[in-house]
Design a protein around this ligand. Sequence first.
Ligand code: ZN
Length: 349
Amino acid sequence: MYYLKYRPKKIAEIDNDERRKLLASVFAKNADVPHAFLLVGPKGTGKTSTARIIAKILNCQKNAFADEKKELEPCNRCESCLAVNANRFLDVYELDAASNRGIDDVRALRDQVGYAPIQGRYKVYIIDEVHMLTREAFNALLKTLEEPPDFVVFILATTEPQKLPETITSRCLTVKFAKAKDEEIVISLKRIAKGEGLSVGTDVLAIIAGRSGGSFRDAAKLFELAVQTTDLSVEAVTTLLKNNVQEDPEELLRLILSKETDKAVAWLHAYAEAGGGSAFLIEELLSLLHDLLLSQKGALEKNGELPGLEKVRAADIGRLMKLLLEAYRESRFSPIDILPMLIVVVTYE
Ligand SMILES: [Zn+2]
């Protein structure tokens, strides 16, 4: 899968400027390595890839801290790096707090944390969705965070940092992950295209980026689908992306304007579950409303009328457009992609 094959494997491959510079400075030669990192951001923004990069830098056999280079990078060729990439490095422990609220894992962690690493220089504990841990598990974790042995580094990841106790966050170096900008996703997709020897236009990649909801993972999946099923022309990819989501934005627009809130919420939920991104959806809705309004005012040559919506008042169209524009701006910073759209649906009346 492209998403796994082309996930960033070293700091230089992280497409977000801010995050790349922060990590480069953390791992500059002679810098003190923090004993706990907190990676915060929505899903699909690269937290797991970053955790692995950190685990590799800490254990790489080539770019050890004695290296002459100013900044440290994993070599991705030594036995340690390869083992981390293949998920079989004995000193990297990955816990998923979402699937298992963690108390047994954290107890086991606390009992074993004092033992020296088996294979590398550092034992790295990666705890995903750390906010899901039970209170008991948090307390157990806190005890180890307070005085970790020199050879232990914790990497905690979460989509909901506000649910973490201050006692945990204050002990971590926080690295924030925002949803990727379209330009950053296009750069990532170009790296995939180059790696696969594909010739594809930037306009096509931009269309895919616009549909990915700021998630590199979703963009890579859509791109892979496009490679498998289309000739990568603008027309074919646009059609594919339209068909890939079963729901029709016109239907949602009708539900909102007729104030069928329950149905509109259900529509949005199904749309998000199917992998639909909110930015694309809002663009589609605005474009429909734009045409509807111009058509009502006789300013549009083609017919932008939507059957059943001829009688909607221009003021109502304007009000909805305003809410959608707001949601469009907010969608970039929303921890849950569909949330700003959901707010539009429940506040429009
Ligand atoms: Zn290495």
